[in-house]
Design a protein around this ligand. Structure first.
Ligand SMILES: [Fe+2]
Ligand SMILES: [Fe+2]
Length: 441
């Protein structure tokens, strides 16, 4: 059994065991079967072992798509893309873009550009092993994947996305979450932060994002990613761009080029906006050790948010949803702890979203599903997704038992003139909350 089989197999076993331990239900059985089927498909896809992971679609937009995968040796890579499943008239995109290609010993990244909005494409990744020693550059075997497919974002893409958050590399929880994603088949996945714990090497990031219990989870469905506070932990967190592609600079004005993670995209009738709340510790917190500069980053996102809300494709959307990792609204008992909500976001982003008539802000961080309805001061509800814990959470030596701790998949879709949000408790295989919103006036 090679390393990939071991990682996939052991996680699958753990996830299956946990699911069995919880109250078995048809939904859970179906979820387990989906994870198993995906793992089999993944193993079948492997050939000589240069390509390690299934491709992960990232940073989706109307006319571009990022594709990232891991390799086991120094390799060059490219992606062939076609508008037909037989791969006829395929266009080739090379890793790293212009000039020298971005060959790498662990992760390859390719950005597809010049695509059409709301259009289905078929693609295949390829890697070629390279031995590079000073002026000697030797080419060895080439490996290619099977053909996968995706749809670009845009106003004609099905109005349906799912949210996951606070998975913290917990493989049993990831198994349940990804099985639900496979069942719901959204147009995009919003990973709303804390995918990681602390990233000390590239290997942590490869395992967290590319070698999943359901390895093909993002080969058909692109991932929009918002940083959580844990994406800022660990020495290697500074190099996360090597695995998590930033948005294309051309999506922003030159003033906002540094805001590489922010996005405002149309998924059918839904305009979805991504904001980065940064670290939960203040920049001057002793544990930040002078290594944080997040407040200017939050402030720079305010004029960006104001401008994207005025963009025609966003301003014309029937539904506007914003997302960020740390809540904008505190709970009454937690108002005094600045690590548990972002007062800057509430005071500065909140009024802009109300002026635009946004229906909801989707957050995570507190590891518990909660819902705050709109009130007289704001147009938007706050929907918090759950974390990886199953019924109890540890804070150092303290354990808090709470049946409200369960992993969630939040299913968001516009149908029948309404926006319907269903928050799935994927541990017990039931809908924990259902919320409906009317279109903007
Ligand atoms: Fe978290
Ligand atoms: Fe968090």
């Amino acid at each position: 059994m090679n390393r990939r089989d071991f990682i996939g197999g052991s996680a699958l076993f753990a996830a299956a065991g946990l699911v069995r331990a919880a109250a078995a239900s048809t939904a859970e059985e179906a979820a387990k079967a989906a994870v198993a089927a995906d793992a089999v498909a993944f193993r079948r896809q492997q050939t000589s072992g240069l390509i390690e992971s299934m491709p992960m679609l990232q940073a989706p937009a109307e006319t571009s798509m990022g594709i990232v995968w891991s390799v086991t040796a120094m390799a060059n890579g490219w992606v062939d893309v076609s508008e037909s499943p037989d791969m006829s008239n395929a266009r080739r995109f090379t890793c790293g873009g212009y000039g020298l290609t971005g060959f790498h010993e662990r992760v390859l990244q390719v950005r597809l550009t010049g695509l059409k909005p709301s259009t289905r494409y078929w693609y295949r990744i390829r890697a070629e092993r390279i031995d590079y020693r000073r002026n000697k550059r030797m080419r060895y075997e080439t490996e290619e994947s099977s053909v996968h497919s995706f749809m670009t974002l845009g106003p004609r893409t099905p109005s349906h996305f799912c949210v996951i958050n606070d998975t913290h590399m917990n493989r049993p929880a990831l198994g349940m979450v990804m099985a639900k994603l496979a069942e719901l088949k959204p147009s995009a996945i919003l990973w709303n932060g804390d995918a990681l714990n602390a990233c000390e090497t590239v290997e942590t990031a490869v395992e967290a994002l590319l070698l999943q219990p359901a390895p093909g989870y993002a080969s058909k469905t692109p991932v929009l990613f918002n940083n959580g506070n844990h994406e800022n932990r660990g020495v290697w967190a500074r190099y996360l761009d090597q695995i998590l592609m930033k948005r294309l600079p051309t999506e922003r004005s030159p003033r906002d080029w540094e805001l590489g993670r922010n996005f405002a995209v149309r998924i059918g009738d839904i305009a979805l906006i991504g904001l980065d709340t940064g670290d939960d510790r203040a920049d001057d917190h002793p544990m930040s050790a002078g290594l944080s500069n997040f407040q200017p980053y939050r402030e720079a996102q305010t004029p960006w948010l104001k401008d994207v809300l005025a963009r025609p494709e966003i301003a014309s959307a029937p539904y506007i949803l914003a997302s960020c990792h740390i809540p904008l609204l505190p709970r009454a008992s937690e108002k005094d702890n600045p690590m548990w909500w972002t007062e800057y976001g509430l005071r500065n982003w909140g009024p802009l979203l109300t002026a635009a008539g946004a229906q909801a802000v989707i957050v995570g961080h507190m590891h518990e599903y909660r819902f705050n309805p709109p009130d007289g001061t704001r147009s938007w509800a706050q929907i918090e997704g759950g974390g990886f814990e199953l019924g109890e959470r540890r804070f150092g030596a303290k354990t808090i038992v709470n049946p409200g701790y369960f992993p969630t998949v939040t299913d968001v879709r516009a149908e029948g003139g309404k926006l319907v949000v269903e928050v799935w408790d994927v541990w017990h295989g039931r809908v924990a909350g259902r919320h409906e919103f009317s279109p903007r006036r």
